[in-house]
Design a protein around this ligand. Sequence first.
Ligand code: GLN
Length: 292
Amino acid sequence: MRRNKTLSAVLFEGKQRLKAAGKENYAFEGEILLMEACGLSRVTLFTQGEKEISFEQEEKYNDYLNQREKNRPLQYILGRCDFMGLSFSVGEGTLIPRSDTEILVETVLKISKQEKIKKIIDVGTGSGCIPICLAYYGDMEGIGIDISPKALEFARKNGTQHHADIQWLESDLFSRVSDEWKGCFDAIVSNPPYIAEDVITGLMPEVRDFEPENALDGGKDGLDFYRRIIRESHQWLRDGGWLFFEIGYDQGPAVLSMMGDAGFQQCVLRQDLAGLDRVVYGKLNKVFLNEV
Ligand code: GLN
């Protein structure tokens, strides 16, 4: 008769499998997936290694490992991802929130301490993590838009979960935003698709084969969405409203110059924790726009 295996034996096997599959964080991922399969805390995992697990739990763990070996992202397997201390539902059809993006949210929160930023619109909201965190930590409200109905299903679920006062709208950029909102927003926030077309094929398989391409592909030079959003932004922002972008590490100078040309002042380029350019923001001066 087959014997039940112990937690530590199964964990060892799991880590070995993920290591052989070339997963850089094999130890961490092996642990998280086992905790998930058995409904255990990290403490139990490490203090009760001799505990036997059921065949069902072992089967579940094997299924998770199979998925991971086939490069399905860990967060899709778990169905959730942490961002700024909150948990978000994610799955195929929505970009997985990146910790890089926390600096974008923190920047908006920082400026909102000195300037009125209450009504916001997040362009390309995906899982909704940006406006939901702004609502949660900064008491902001407004709209999250995305072209993908699938992404919006996750955003809606996440918004409800975190009681965020955010409306969700299926729209290709601003195309379906009601005219009533023109000139009303204190801030536009966006982490648009910004990967240059020909870089996409070289991305990690987790990203390239599983995450939605329309959340990544920023056209030939990766800057298409900055051009489009900047062009339309002055209609939707109030005078003195702010535009905040996440950018790719080499896109700072180009986006800064586009914003300067479009009437934004006090433009700033901010780095992430790795020291890479990550956020560009500035304040709209409509008087300047009328002059040019
Ligand atoms: N930062 C993401 C990545 O490198 C890209 C997100 C985006 O295009 N907005 O995978």
